[in-house]
Ligand binder design. Structure first.
Ligand SMILES: [Zn+2]
Length: 330
């Protein structure tokens, strides 16, 4: 009796394995056709659209749209600049449009640029209760200098206005500094763990030698796969707490960037990636916002105005709220 049931169980296991094994290798391949270039593997966009059940549509001027109910990605052949619901988002590699209209997207962009929107199982769904706001620089470090303004002062003024809005919306807010002190970068990101916080938003103003440069840009951490084999320092930076939340950070960055543009009407410089220490070392989703160029005369004038600081704060707070709402809807 015992032998029989063992045999039966064995048969059943073998049967299950024969059914499941081909399925799993299928899923691993994801039925994706691909080409390989010197930059690595590019996946066929049509197969990707089918797997994620997206609407895809060729547009004029070598552009293509991929969309579901909530998100619309517009990609351009040979261009890293994509549009997510209209907001500029930089891909890691330019998509390829081969003859006969066959499109290919780099595997890293499938995993790290599109997946956070179209395959939301890849996100951490943890609800947000406590938010860290990090006004950049402070104390002896003024940050960028304009004709009349210091970056550290604008950062703090905007952060305080964001804090008031978030507290009114029921969140707890921790400030890395609420005066002219100068916490180190390590102290700022360490606050995530010591205060058990759920988001980290660093607030800065930009500067450039080109005095015509204007606009808003938002950064999240560079994905760990983008290591540089020639740079061992970079590779050491690839095993960081911030990388675990990289997809959530991208969602937070696009939410904040799009709401900032909506509330200020400023120039869109896009959502970008960087290995800034506060982004790598924060043990939660983290972004760094550059609200405007203190080195441009007109933008400096605006940044010094209280009503414009209010608009910036409204944009940042609305972006955070949008991110939280989207997480709840997952
Ligand atoms: Zn700064």
């Amino acid at each position: 009796m015992k032998t029989k049931s063992l045999t039966l169980r064995l048969c059943r296991t073998i049967l299950l394995l024969t059914i499941l094994l081909p399925l799993s290798s299928f899923a691993l391949n994801g039925r994706m056709r691909f080409i390989t270039t010197q930059d690595g593997r590019y996946l066929r966009l049509g197969d990707l659209a089918e797997q994620w059940q997206l609407h895809s549509e060729n547009m004029p001027n070598d552009r293509i749209v991929l969309a579901d109910r909530n998100y619309r990605f517009e990609l351009g052949a040979g261009s890293r600049g994509a549009r997510l619901n209209g907001t500029l988002l930089y891909l890691h590699y330019p998509p390829i449009c081969a003859p006969e209209g066959k499109w290919f997207l780099h595997q890293l962009d499938m995993e790290r640029s599109l997946k956070p929107y179209f395959d939301t199982d890849s996100l951490y769904p943890d609800p947000v209760r406590r938010i860290i706001l990090d006004p950049g620089h402070g104390g002896a470090d003024p940050g960028a200098r304009g004709e009349t303004l210091l970056e550290k002062e604008i950062n703090l003024a905007v952060a305080r206005r964001v804090a008031a809005r978030l507290r009114a919306a029921g969140f707890e807010v921790v400030m890395t500094r609420d005066d002219d002190s100068e916490p180190t970068l390590a102290e700022r990101s360490a606050l995530v763990r010591t205060t058990n916080s759920d988001l980290f938003v660093s607030i800065h103003q930009n500067a450039a030698t080109n005095r015509n440069a204007i606009g808003i840009e938002t950064f999240c951490v560079t994905p760990p796969e983008l290591s540089n084999p020639a740079d061992s320092r970079n590779n050491r930076q690839n095993d960081c707490p911030g990388h675990r939340f990289e997809r959530n950070s991208l969602r937070l960055a696009t939410g904040i960037q799009s709401q900032l543009l909506r509330h200020t009407g400023a120039t869109d410089r896009g959502v970008k990636r960087a290995r800034f220490r506060v982004l790598r070392m924060s043990d939660c989703p983290a972004v760094l916002v550059e609200c405007g160029f203190i080195s441009n005369h007109e933008e400096e004038q605006k940044l010094g105005r209280e009503d414009y600081q209010e608009q910036l704060a409204e944009g940042i707070a609305s972006g955070i709220l949008q991110y939280c709402r989207e997480l709840e809807e997952l």
